[in-house]
Design a protein around this ligand. Structure first.
Ligand code: PGA
Length: 252
C-alpha cells in the first residue's frame, strides 16, 4: 500500500471567522491545481471550524483542529473535546505541536492521552515531534525524536497507528525562515521511520505518512518532498496564503 502524501496548513492563532472563511474559499478554489494523490488539510482555530466546514463541504480539502482535550466532557474551562470536534466536521487533529509543548505545558504524557482520545472518536491525529536547536547541537536529535514518538504512541495499537500522521518539526526551523536541509530532514525522518518499525513492524511503518514542518515554502517544498521519507508537510506561515499553500502541494 502506498503512503499518502498529506499537506496540512496550520493556521495557528491567525484569522478571524470571516477571514478564515475567505482563506478557506481561496484554498478550495485552487485545490484542483494540486496533484490528485495529495490529501489537503487546513487547521483553523476552534471558533472558525464550523464556518470553515461549510466552505469545505463537498471539496477535496479536509478540516483539522489544532488541539483537543483528552477528557470526554466536564469541568475543563477553555478546553475542547473530541466529540465537539467531530460534531463540527473535523477529520484530523494536530497534537503535541512544539508551541503547545513550549508555552502550554504539553508533555509526552498529555500528547499520548490526546492521541488515544482522538483515535477513540475517529479523529486522525497529526502527531508533532522535533528537537530544539540546543538538542540538535548536543547530538540528541534522534534521542529526542525517539522519546517523543514512543511517548506519543505508548499503548496505541498498530491498527490505530495506521490512521495517524507524524509531523517532524525541528523547533529551530519553525517560523524562523531557517528550513532544515533536505539531508537533515530526510536523515531525521528515516530515523523516525526506523522507530516506527521498532514499534509496529515495517508494514505499518511504511503506511504512516511522516510530514516535514518548519519554514516550508513553495520554493523549498519540492526538494523536501522528493525525499524518500518525507510524505507531506505541516505548514505554518506559508499556509496563510492560498497560493503558497497550494504551491507547496504542487511540489509533491
Ligand atoms: P512555519 O510553521 O511553516 O511557519 O515554520 C510550521 C508549524 O509550526 O507547523
Amino acid at each position: 500500500m502506498a503512503r499518502r502524501i498529506v499537506i496540512a496548513g496550520n493556521w495557528k492563532m491567525n484569522k478571524t471567522v470571516s477571514e478564515a472563511v475567505e482563506l478557506a474559499k481561496a484554498v478550495v478554489a485552487k485545490a484542483g491545481e494540486a496533484p490528485a494523490s495529495v490529501d489537503l488539510v487546513i487547521a483553523p482555530t476552534f471558533v472558525c471550524l464550523t464556518e470553515v466546514a461549510k466552505v469545505l463541504a463537498g471539496s477535496r480539502v479536509s478540516l483539522a483542529a489544532q488541539d483537543l482535550h483528552w477528557e470526554e466532557s466536564g469541568a475543563f474551562t477553555g478546553k475542547i473535546s473530541a466529540a465537539m470536534l467531530v460534531s463540527a466536521g473535523v477529520k484530523y487533529v494536530i497534537i503535541g505541536h512544539s508551541e503547545q509543548r513550549q508555552f502550554f505545558g504539553e508533555t509526552d504524557e498529555t500528547v499520548n492521552k490526546k492521541v488515544k482520545q482522538a483515535l477513540k472518536h475517529g479523529l486522525l491525529p497529526i502527531v508533532c515531534i522535533g528537537e530544539l536547536l540546543a538538542e540538535r547541537e548536543a547530538g540528541q536529535t534522534d534521542a529526542i525524536n525517539e522519546r517523543q514518538l514512543k511517548g506519543a504512541y505508548a499503548g496505541v495499537s498498530a491498527d490505530d497507528a495506521k490512521k495517524s500522521v507524524v509531523a517532524y518539526e525541528p523547533v529551530w526551523a519553525i517560523g524562523t525562515g531557517k528550513v532544515a536541509t533536505t539531508e537533515q530532514a530526510q536523515e531525521a525522518q528515516a530515523f523516525i521511520r526506523k522507530v516506527l518499525v521498532d514499534l509496529y513492524g515495517s508494514e505499518v511503518a511504511e503506511i504512516i505518512p511522516i510530514q516535514y514542518g518548519g519554514s516550508m515554502k513553495p520554493d523549498n517544498a519540492q526538494g523536501l518532498l522528493a525525499q524518500k521519507d518525507i510524505d507531506g508537510g505541516l505548514i505554518g506561515g506559508a499556509a496563510l496564503k492560498a497560493e503558497d499553500f497550494i504551491g507547496i502541494a504542487k511540489g509533491a
